[in-house]
Design a binder for this molecule. Structure first.
Ligand code: AHR
Length: 514
């Protein structure tokens, strides 16, 4: 009887398939490009409740605020070490007239936000309020000037108003409005999508306008010279209609002394077919795979734009600013479609991690990126509803990735196969490693597979950090259940220099390897 039991047990063992060996993930030492912290930038447009409600509640609001800016949102964003915020748009920027947003709030005109829902723009949140907000969260400034419906004079005056240090009337007006010292403006966007909402300009027309604006929008702040000089960003890729990037680069190559730019922009949303139709909540694995498969375009598009830039600028003097990116999904049922309100799920967290890894792999050229958008709009960091605020899964990814800001990339190799669902297929594992200034080696690993955990083998004494996962691909944080998708500690097991880290299905992990 005993022999029979032993024989049966041996048979059962033989029939059990051997568990797959952990996938070796090898991290090299050769330093690569420095990851500019500005790729973790945000985008805040006057759109829906992105500003009004999401950032600004006004000084008389019962919602805790400092000079009208909500304190819960500020505290949340401070933890992200937001490097820069792009404002006031977007399409809104090419219809924005800055003078309407300064001076006594009660005297500011109400205008129409024709791009986004046709609602009234009270102009309560203007230049001073934006600068205050950026200061409160510790971010630098990325302003987009109005080329579409504005003039070089208007844009030049705005720059003088913000950065003038001498006794000019505009600098004095700024001081009279409460700000004596000039502000720093790190990046200046020369228009926005001028091939579309920014005036539907041909590429040649845009180039001529852009040169005038690049020349006349002078930053007069004495602190902004040399390495601190303001960086001008021209509009690039035009959704494939012609090629703005090619035309701008061509012009730059033969530029004359009076104008220059330092960067060129790329907007790329992950949509899986226009118009946006994939739901942002209550979806299944097909919609998960569909969106993430479509997201692979980010890498090919950046490679394409980089190749164009390389032909004119092999020394990589100019940077590529992916200054609008993220998932663009169907509007929340019942919401104003012009407000671009969508939920934010575990799928968004995976998408964000994969895209940030793409930017970091292209760090020699991609030196600025701005996710769309900061609050309540598209792939947001925070969602607000009156006094309530919730952190999204995307927020948690940005928080977990803070150690990568200004770190130096190191090579990482692995072969983990693909995840396939129906007609959609993509790499199962996405990994990136970098060494921070303090010498710590950081590894970011995303297990894209929504069904199977993945074990990876690493070399080191310990690998500890945080992992973000959720029961379902469409798990979300809500005002009533704000911690459904929230990071947890993760620790590798093993000894003798060999570590095994188990990545749950559909997860993003960031670990420090000692
Ligand atoms: O982020 C929403 C809009 O998308 C921006 O206003 C515009 O630049 C882009 O088309």
């Amino acid at each position: 009887m005993r022999m029979l039991k032993t024989a049966l047990a041996a048979l059962a063992l033989a029939a059990t398939p051997a568990a797959a060996d952990p996938v070796p993930v090898t991290i090299g030492t050769t330093p690569g490009a420095t990851i500019n912290r500005d790729i973790f930038g945000q985008f805040a447009e006057h759109l829906g409740t992105g500003i009004y409600g999401g950032v600004w509640v006004g000084p008389d609001s019962p919602i805790p605020n400092v000079r009208g800016i909500r304190s819960d949102v500020v505290a949340a964003l401070r933890a992200l070490h937001v490097p820069n915020v792009r404002w006031p748009g977007g399409c809104f920027a090419d219809e924005y007239h800055w003078r309407k947003g300064i001076g006594a709030p009660a005297l500011r005109p109400s205008t129409l936000n024709a791009n986004w829902g046709g609602v009234i723009e009270p102009n309560t949140f203007g230049t001073h309020e934006f600068m205050d907000f950026a200061d409160q969260i510790g971010a630098e400034i990325f302003l987009s000037v109005n080329i579409g419906s504005g003039t070089p004079e208007e844009a030049a005056d705005w720059l003088e108003y913000m950065t003038g240090d001498g006794p000019s009337t505009l600098a004095k007006e700024r001081a009279a409005n409460g700000r004596a010292k000039p502000w720093n403006v790190k990046y200046l966007g020369l228009g926005n999508e001028n091939w579309g909402c920014g005036g539907a300009m041909s590429n040649d027309h845009y180039v001529e306008e852009m040169k005038r604006f690049a020349h006349y929008t002078r930053n007069l702040n004495p602190a902004q010279t040399g390495a601190n000089a303001m960086k001008r960003v021209a509009v690039g890729w035009d959704s494939g209609k012609s090629d703005y990037t090619e035309s701008v680069m061509q012009a730059w190559k033969s530029k004359v002394w009076s104008w220059d730019i330092e960067g060129i922009s790329l907007h790329n949303y992950t949509v899986a077919g226009w118009p946006p139709h994939l739901p942002s909540s209550n979806f299944g694995e097909d919609d998960y795979a569909n969106l993430l498969a479509d997201n692979q375009r980010m890498d090919t598009l950046i490679a394409k734009q980089t190749a164009i830039m390389d032909r004119y600028d092999p020394e990589k003097k100019l940077f590529l600013a992916v200054d609008e990116w993220g998932a663009w999904l169907a509007p929340n049922p019942g919401s104003n479609p012009g407000f671009l309100q969508q939920q934010n799920s575990m799928r968004d967290a995976i998408l964000a991690a994969v895209d940030i890894n793409v930017f970091m792999r292209h760090a020699d050229r991609v030196r600025v990126a701005n996710i769309a958008q900061m609050a309540n709009v598209l792939q947001a960091m925070v969602l607000t509803d009156g006094p309530r605020m919730v952190l999204t899964p995307t927020y948690h990814v940005f928080r977990m990735y803070v150690p990568f800001q200004d770190a130096v990339a190191v090579p990482v190799t692995y072969a983990a196969g693909t995840y396939t669902r129906g007609k959609w297929s993509m790499p199962r594992l996405d990994a990136f490693a970098a060494r921070a200034k303090d010498g710590t080696l950081w590894l970011a690993v995303t297990n894209v597979d929504p069904n199977q955990p993945l074990e990876i083998a690493l070399t080191g004494r310990s690998a500890k950090g945080e992992v973000l996962t959720a029961p379902k691909v469409d798990s979300i944080n809500t005002f009533d259940a704000p911690n459904a998708v929230t990071p947890k500690p993760i620790d590798a097991r093993g000894s003798g220099g060999r570590l095994v880290l188990t990545l749950p299905a559909k997860s993003v992990a960031v670990v420090a390897i000692r």
